[in-house]
Design a protein around this ligand. Sequence first.
Ligand SMILES: [Cu+2]
Length: 412
Amino acid sequence: MVALHALTAAFLISQVCASAIPQQDVTVSTTSSVVLPSVAARSVEAAAAQLEQLSSWAYNTSTDRLSEAKDKRHGCTLSKLRIRRDWRAFSAAEKKDYIKAVRCLQELPARTPAHLAAGAKTRYDDFLATHINQTLNIHYTGTFLAWHRYFIHQFEEALREECGYRGNIPYWDWPSDAHSLEKSEVFDGSETSMSGNGKYIPNQPDIVLTMEGAADIYLPTGTGGGCVTSGPFKDYTVNLGPAALMMPGGNQTAMSNPLDYNPRCLKRDLTTELIQRFANHTSVMSLILGNNKIRDFQLVMQGVPGTGDIGVHGGGHYAMGGDPGRDVWVSPGDPAFWHHHGMIDRVWWLWQNLDRKNRQDAIAGTDTFLNNPPSPNTTLDTMVDLGYAKGKPMKMRDLMSTTAGPFCYVYL
Ligand SMILES: [Cu+2]
């Protein structure tokens, strides 16, 4: 498959030519007398306090603006505002409602025509097929953040409109689980989790992200590896992929056509060490405070190629591990994907809030993965189209704010 080769090639090129990005301090302008940190604390405890402070400040300024009607486009008002919260803040009943709605989408019939994606059997798979189809145009591109913002928003809309869900999409606060993913409320395997670990497979060698001309990245495997054995998704079937599944020992697995029907169990390999290394509180705060330009911010978030750092985005995905967690293309097939990308979107939102004037509409990059093959710059007029997943095609300009419409939400 051409696209798969392109991804591999892009990885190789990226790993060879990349250089580290200088970290800059941000001058934070605040609307009130609150003094926000300008440099990430080195100790994770202090960084955790910084994140909490920034988070409540961003919530307060956003809601203040709405009450002053500064963002009153498309009618986003305080009364309509949705508040996205950490999974930990959900009650058991709220968690069950969310899980029930996700399982409902996994049972409704697909809308993607079979000749386009023979493996798309359910409404859930429609989202997966869209992500697989567009992978090389939505990662390491100018659209990365806005595309995924729209993607999880439409997933939330599908839960609400098609499965009777009345709540909001949650997020997974990775750094707070840096002590133990097995004990995370997202992954503890209880009936209020997104299912637990995979069955333990002993002696798994490292995952190796290989590259020509640059040092390989070795990622440890975790405490699972096999099929998920507990929780609401233990009988869920992953229907599509793999497309580029990274295997312990350095190999990759792929179907000749990842859109074909390939039913199999959901696998996980919880790897706490990857959260500790790439998505701890200090990583999150230095990502937010240490990158003034959108180009740097989104690149550091996804991992600056060649540095050995896979960023908070890669950290979260690889910490889930397994199949499809370790497959960039098929990763939405893990039902915890939406939690992870909720947090990605939250971090972008926090970063945008620190300097709305300069960051709200900031875009950098082109429409192809690390600009390979070369493509036009992404602009505010670039269209984002989720295909058969949900929602109409939108311009980037309408996806940049969470409160200026059509979106109407904040994070708490
Ligand atoms: Cu993605």
